[in-house]
Design a protein around this ligand. Structure first.
Ligand code: ADP
Length: 431
């Protein structure tokens, strides 16, 4: 039987019993008074329990729940179950929300949630870093009051779902290029995504400059080669064999220039894309002797070239790449040292590591050029470099190779007095 029904029956029986007792003692009036008294007591009991329940519902705590039986007991049980269920669900939702918030916080993209008045409702760390904002103080403020960039204001006003991202440099973070994009969501709210694209922009510029430089470097010798070929073709039959040989020699020189350039470009590209080379034990005595010999051929006796070695003469590395480093440094010394100059190659190794230096008594380099020498196509004197068969890529290759060998390049130079280029290798590479 349901508690409500049994409670009602019990009350009815008690009232009837009281009325019977009243009627037996005092007649009809007694019956009514007794029934009324019992009813009033029952009502008071219910009111008291109701009061207890209201008190508990206002601050529902397990310990404070009233211990009642009957219909009120059942009601309390139901309420208690509901409360436990609701608490459990709230806990679950709170945990999920916290997890989502943490995931949004660590997103590699900046995210800002704006309301329909462009007021910041929430933002993650990346957005704070990109915009130079502080969530603790800036949430609740209008984004456009904090970032007074007309371009951003225009973008926020005109954006549609298919809007293209906007490139932006803000006054708060002027050294960085940002890319922002809005996504409308929920009622009137906007999701503003922001990315720091400074590095990508730099790379794009470098790529553009590189393509322009390569095209320029190839165009000149190609034009000159074509010129000589056309001249030779026009003069065919009229020109003497000596003149023809001269034209062909000139064309061939330009072709060699293009070939050197392409070889250096391929070398650079392989240094950038290939995984580190399989390293072997390189015998420097043989390598330096070869490099020295090449330099003497290039110098054709115009400079005095000496080689000295001290300490262990084996290095762990890529023979091909190391050869290119030493050869580039020595070739430069020959190119930029006038006739009669001195060039000293020196290897010195010990517990500190190994140092290969090339010292020349050549034209030297002004200090302002030194930090840029290893940039691709950077030359102090373009004309002289081209005239000497330089590609402008030699020191860029040297820098790359040394980085792959955990080594570094040191340049010491004084205009008019000469230069010393030193490749410094870490101790663990020296054998
Ligand atoms: P390049 O092919 O023009 O020699 P590099 O990258 O090897 O290109 O060198 C870059 C520039 O550094 C050269 O154009 C030259 O101006 C300068 N340079 C390099 N080595 C020397 C040196 N030994 N003496 C003077 N200048 C040098």
């Amino acid at each position: 039987m349901k508690p409500v029904v049994s409670e009602a029956l019990a009350t009815l029986i008690i009232v009837l019993a009281a009325a019977l007792i009243g009627a037996w003692g005092w007649g009809a009036l007694g019956a009514s008074v007794m029934a009324l008294c019992v009813l009033s007591l029952t009502l008071l009991r219910h009111l008291w329990w109701l009061g207890q329940l209201i008190h508990w519902v206002q601050a529902p705590q397990e310990s404070a729940m009233p211990t009642v039986s009957g219909v009120w007991g059942e009601l309390c049980d139901h309420l208690y179950q509901q409360m436990r269920k609701a608490t459990k669900e709230t806990k679950l939702v709170t945990t999920e929300l916290e997890r989502l918030r943490l995931a949004a916080e660590v997103l590699p993209e900046g995210v800002v949630i704006l309301d329909d008045h462009r007021v910041i409702e929430w933002m993650n760390w990346e957005a704070e870093a990109c915009f130079g904002l502080n969530a603790a103080t800036d949430i609740g403020s209008r984004l456009t009051h904090l970032l007074r960039e007309p371009a951003l204001l225009d973008y926020l006003n005109n954006t549609t779902q298919s809007a293209k991202p906007l490139k932006l440099i803000t006054q708060r973070n002027p050294k960085h290029t940002l890319q922002v994009q809005t996504v409308p969501f929920a009622a009137g709210r906007t999701l503003l995504m922001v990315r720091d694209v400074t590095q990508l922009e730099k790379l794009a510029t470098m790529r553009r400059d590189f393509v322009a430089n390569v095209s320029h470097e190839l165009k000149t010798p190609l034009t000159v080669t074509l010129g000589f070929i056309e001249t030779a073709a026009d003069a065919l039959g009229d020109a003497s064999p000596d003149e023809m040989a001269h034209y062909l020699r000139m064309a061939s020189e330009q072709a060699s220039r293009m070939q050197s350039l392409i070889e250096d470009l391929l070398m650079l590209s392989s240094l950038e894309t290939d995984s580190p080379p399989t390293e072997s034990d390189v015998d420097l005595s043989a390598l330096f002797a070869g490099v020295c010999e090449e330099a003497r051929v290039l110098s054709a006796g115009q400079q005095n070239i000496r080689l000295t070695m001290f300490g262990p003469s084996h290095l762990v590395g890529s023979p091909r790449e190391l050869h290119s480093v030493f050869s580039n440094l020595v070739t430069n010394a020959v190119r930029y040292t006038p006739k009669g100059g001195e060039i000293a190659l020196h290897w010195d190794a010990g517990a500190h590591g190994g140092r290969f230096s090339v010292t020349d008594s050549g034209i030297g380099i002004a200090p302002e050029h030194l930090p840029r020498l290893t940039e691709r196509f950077y030359r102090v004197d373009h004309g002289r470099s081209r005239e000497m068969g330089g590609t402008g890529l030699g020191l860029a290759i040297v820098k790359h190779v040394l980085e792959r060998h955990q080594a570094q390049l040191d340049i010491d130079s004084e205009p008019g007095k000469g230069s010393t280029f030193t490749a410094i290798f870490p101790a663990h590479r020296v054998r």
